[in-house]
Ligand binder design. Sequence first.
Ligand code: GTR
Length: 328
Amino acid sequence: MYQKFARQLLGAAAAIGVTFGATMAHAEWRGWNIHPDGYPNTEGMNRFAELLAEKTDGRITLKMFNAGVLGSQPDAIEQVRIGALEIGNFNLGPIGPIAPAANVVSLPFIFKDMDHMHRVLDGEGGQQISDGMAEKGLVALAWYDSGARSFYNSRGPIVTPADVQGLKVRVMNNDLYSGMISALGGNPSPMAFAEVYQSLQTGVVDGAENNWPSYESTGHYEVAGFYSDSQHLIIPECVCINADVYAALSPEDQLAVTEAARESADLQRELWAERAAASREKVIAAGVQFNEIPDKAAFQAAMEPVYAEYLAANPDLVPLVELIKSTD
Ligand code: GTR
C-alpha cells in the first residue's frame, strides 16, 4: 500500500515537473496488456511506449507488461482506475459494467460493421463514451481495433439460435453478454480470458466467442473447432490512462501522450487487418470448420430483451443508442 502510494506521488510529482534535489523527476509508468508478443495490440503498445519517450524527451517512459502477466483484465481495469497502474490496453467489454455509456458498444449487433463502429467512435458517440469513461477514472487516449466476435464451440456448427440451446458458453465479465447467451437458450459462463483454453479442453464450457486473432493466438481453435460467423459484437478497445495522472500532466505532455497513443493506433489498426486475415487462414488450414450464418435476423430478434433490460436500467443512454443506430 505504502509503495503504491509512493509510486503515485512520484508519478504525479514528475507529471507536474516537481524537482527532487538537482534532477528533474522522471516518471516511469507501467502498462497492462493481455496479448502475447507479435499480437497487433502488443506491437501497438510497444510502439506507444517508444513514441511516448520520444515525444516527451524521456520525461515519461512506459514499461509494458504484456501477456497478462499483471493479472486479469477486470482487475487491471481497477488498477488503472485507482492509479496502481497508469496505462492499459482494454477491451471496452469489461469496462462496460463500470461505465454504462461505454456499455453501448456491448449491445449485440449495434454496429453494422467495423467502418460503422469507426464512424461512431470518431464522432459525437465516441465523445460521449469517452466522457462516461473519464467520469469513472479512465481517459481513452486512442481506440484500437478488435474485429468482430463470433461464436466457436466443440460441438458443431451454429446456424440458427436453436444451435446455441443448452451450450455452455464462456463470456467476458459483463451482464450484457450473459444476457445475450441466455436469450439464445445457452448457459453463460463469465470467466477470465486465461482460463478459457483449459475450460474448453476439459468440457467445463462447450464454446466461447471471439475474433479470429484471439481464437488463433490462444489456441482455442485446437479445442473448439467449429467457428460460426455470427459477428454479434464489434467491440473497440482503448489505450486508457488513469484520469488523475492525465490531469496532472502539462498541456504539452497531454498532447504528447495523446499523439503517441493515436499514432500507435494507426499501427495497431494496420497490423490488425493483416492479422485477422492471417489468423483466419491459419486456423482453417489447421482443420477448423467454418460456417456462414445466412439468417442473422433470427439472432438479432432474440436480442430484444437484452436491449430492453439495458435501456430500462439506463434511460439516459437511449439517445446515445439512437445516435449510433442512426449513424450511417
Ligand atoms: C480479446 C480482447 C481481450 C479480451 C479477450 C477476452 O479479443 O482483445 O482484451 O477481452 O478478447 O475474450 O477476454
